[in-house]
Design a protein around this ligand. Sequence first.
Ligand SMILES: [Zn+2]
Length: 101
Amino acid sequence: MSLVQRMRLYMKGMMFKYMPLMISCVEFEAFVLDYLEDRLPANQRRIFELHLKICPECREYLAAYRRSVEVGKVVFQEPSAPVPADVPEDLVEAILQARRG
Ligand SMILES: [Zn+2]
């Protein structure tokens, strides 16, 4: 294990030891959507952002999550293929799948 990895593990250990309210990585993942949609209460948001600062794995997770949300938006905003609101979701999914393939 490299020194950097050992430092990270140490930081994480300290974080969980001295901050009883700190969320785990699993909890972090559960909060991601609420965080991105700005639905977290201020105190939870602070804890979430602190975890983000200390945990590179979760930073990567959040970045990947953001990218996939962006890709989703681009697909649905494509002007050549407007999707009316009353189209069933499984049909939209089928169209998108066909387009991908
Ligand atoms: Zn984490």
